[in-house]
Design a protein around this ligand. Structure first.
Ligand code: HSE
Length: 300
């Protein structure tokens, strides 16, 4: 028995929605292959594309940690499988790299077991991979990678998520500069307190972004893609952040912010052509400072 699953990269936070907004892109994404084996236990047979950096111990790799949690939940002790993981995005890129592996892993295993759980029911298990990889069980990468589209995490306890519709012609540009940001560190530098003034501004933008996306009001989307709480703190981790953001806005981006914990930056645009042009301008700006980058254009 053999199963192969693709899980997409994701843009978490989407400017104003720290830990509560995320959307899936078409590509890149990770691929997990699992093959049943007679001996019980989950083993990692091979990992490609990680430059040998990810642990092959099944208890320490997100792709298998999620599987072990699912098996424990289902009280299955005699199941055996070997796993091959294809990493198609850089680690610590801010594109939901660990999330894509966790999601592909848990979906593949669930499928092999005859789909005892629904996609939505798999979410808490996929979150266990994030807890291990990022030190926090945030759902804004695993959620959209698992369920697709634009996802809102209304509540973590109890877990309550829903999708919203977005305009069909909305495109995303993701630009990944060749620097690494560890999600754990990028969370540790955040302050625990938020001023009332900033909370009010952020809530206004959260409401505006949701309404703008659901009604296709591009002007409102644009005005609402503002983060006054997280971005100002994390921007220092990304070289040329302000210049690259300005280049995106000058080239017609509706907004531009950090993708997840960074260093990737994302923009939303009204067409694929706009998104391509914006990506070139952002890459060019990084390159002017001697930083190479990779860009991806995708529908949402
Ligand atoms: N919401 C998480 C964070 C996403 O910003 O830390 C990490 O990709």
């Amino acid at each position: 028995e053999y199963i192969k699953v693709f899980a997409p990269a994701t843009v978490a936070n989407v400017a104003c929605g720290f830990d509560i907004f995320g959307f899936a892109v078409d590509h890149p994404g990770d691929v997990v292959e699992i093959r049943r084996k007679p001996e019980p236990g989950i083993t990692i047979e091979a990992i490609y594309g990680d430059e040998g950096r990810l642990p092959t111990d099944p208890n320490r790799n997100a792709v298998t940690v999620v599987m072990l949690h699912l098996l424990a939940h289902l009280n299955i002790t005699d199941f055996g499988a070997s796993v091959v993981l294809h990493k198609n995005m850089a680690l610590g890129s801010g594109m939901g790299s660990s999330a894509a592996s966790s999601v592909a892993g848990v979906v593949a295993l669930n499928e092999m077991l005859g789909s005892p759980l629904t996609r939505k029911e798999l979410l808490p298990f996929a979150m266990q991979g994030e807890l291990m990889a990022a030190g926090a069980a945030h759902a804004d990468n695993v959620g959209p990678s698992l369920l697709g589209g634009f996802l809102v995490i209304r509540s973590y306890n109890p877990l309550d998520v829903f999708n919203i519709s977005v305009p069909r012609e909305l495109y995303c540009t993701l630009v990944h500069p060749d620097v690494e940001v560890n999600t754990k560190d990028a969370r540790l530098i955040l302050r625990n307190e938020v001023s009332l003034k900033n909370a009010i501004t952020q809530m206004g933008n959260v409401a505006g972004l949701i309404s703008g996306l659901m009604t296709g009001d591009y002007n409102l989307i644009s005005r609402s893609m503002v983060d006054v709480i997280i971005e100002p703190v994390r921007a220092i981790l990304i070289p040329e952040f302000n210049e690259v953001k300005q280049a995106a806005l000058d080239n017609g981006a509706l907004g531009c912010s950090i993708s997840g914990a960074g260093p990737s930056m994302f923009t939303l645009a009204r067409s694929a052509a706009d998104a391509e042009r914006i990506g070139k301008a952002m890459k060019h700006t990084f390159a002017s400072a001697g930083i190479s980058s990779t860009s991806y254009v995708s529908g949402i």
